[in-house]
Design a protein around this ligand. Structure first.
Ligand code: HEC
Length: 249
């Protein structure tokens, strides 16, 4: 058996070995040198992986990584106070942060809640429709589409409170047709949407200023619609009437 294997190896390698001796001597030496040189990178990698150095690693392609510069909180010799971070120039206002018009931006006029809409807004059908649209997106989940405070989030929260899931507690959203809220000046409603009130979060980050005013206008229309009688509606005499049982006649 062993003989047979030896025979096969000899048959296979024999011609190769014979050929090898035909190759010129310098090429054979080259092969030896290249083979030895090929171990150098491996040896370097091995050495690098197993040694420690307190110097920064070799950084051939700089890409402006190292350059003279100052980063925040640095000490600087350029300025007398030794700080690289310069204080803001007095009176600087970031772009878009100018809120000089307190009526428009805060709902405040003469240190009180504004009782009128800012003069730069026109309260027309288009604005009310915009307000309705925004109200339906942002407010109905809690206050309900009709504003009575029966939104789906509220109904769901009540179920969770009743079943005592995870110790849920819940403050009911206000009924926007309550007398106290109906009497609130528009500026106060605007402020509630902007900054929130007690447990309700503010919406300044999500809803732009003008849209917040549009929502206020829509709330006013919604409140008005509860108390309006038919004499205030054009063509109301043509509408079907309900009797005291609510049956349409
Ligand atoms: C996540 C639920 C939720 C959403 C959404 C929500 N509210 Fe409220 N809102 C509340 C709760 C709760 C209260 C009562 C807060 C309290 O009494 O602690 C409240 C109170 C109010 C009040 C009464 C403020 C007062 O002075 O008592 C107004 C007005 C109001 N919300 C308007 C809005 C408008 C407009 C929107 C949409 C931009 C809105 N809310 C969206 C939960 C919500």
């Amino acid at each position: 058996m062993i003989k047979l294997i030896k025979q096969i190896i000899d048959d296979l390698l024999g011609p190769l070995v014979a050929d090898f001796w035909q190759v010129p001597l310098w090429i054979r030496w080259m092969l030896v040198v290249v083979t030895c040189a090929a171990t150098i990178p491996l040896a370097v990698i091995f050495q690098a992986r197993n040694s420690f150095n307190d110097k920064p690693r070799i950084h051939i392609i700089q890409n402006m990584d190292n350059q003279p510069k100052s980063v925040s909180q640095d000490v600087s010799e350029w300025f007398l106070d030794g700080r690289i971070m310069r204080p803001k120039v007095q009176g600087t206002i970031a772009r878009g942060d100018m809120i000089d018009d307190t009526h428009f931006f805060m709902g405040i006029q003469n240190d009180e809640w504004a009782s009128s809409f800012p003069s730069k807004l026109t309260i027309d059908k288009q604005m009310l429709e915009r307000g309705q649209d925004r109200f339906n997106i942002y407010c109905t989940p809690c206050h309900g589409a009709d504003g009575y405070g029966e939104g789906l989030v509220h109904l769901r929260a009540m179920i969770l409170v009743e079943t005592g899931a995870n110790g849920t507690s819940w403050v009911a959203p206000k009924n926007l047709h309550e007398e106290l809220i109906k009497q609130q000046p528009v500026g106060q409603l605007f402020n509630t949407i902007t900054n929130g009130v007690r447990t309700m979060a503010g919406y300044a980050a999500q809803i732009p200023t003008e849209d917040r005013w549009a929502i206020v206008a829509y709330i006013k229309a919604l409140q008005f619609s509860r108390d309006a009688d038919s004499s205030m509606i054009e063509g109301a005499e043509n509408f079907p009437l309900k009797d005291s049982q609510g049956v349409i006649q």
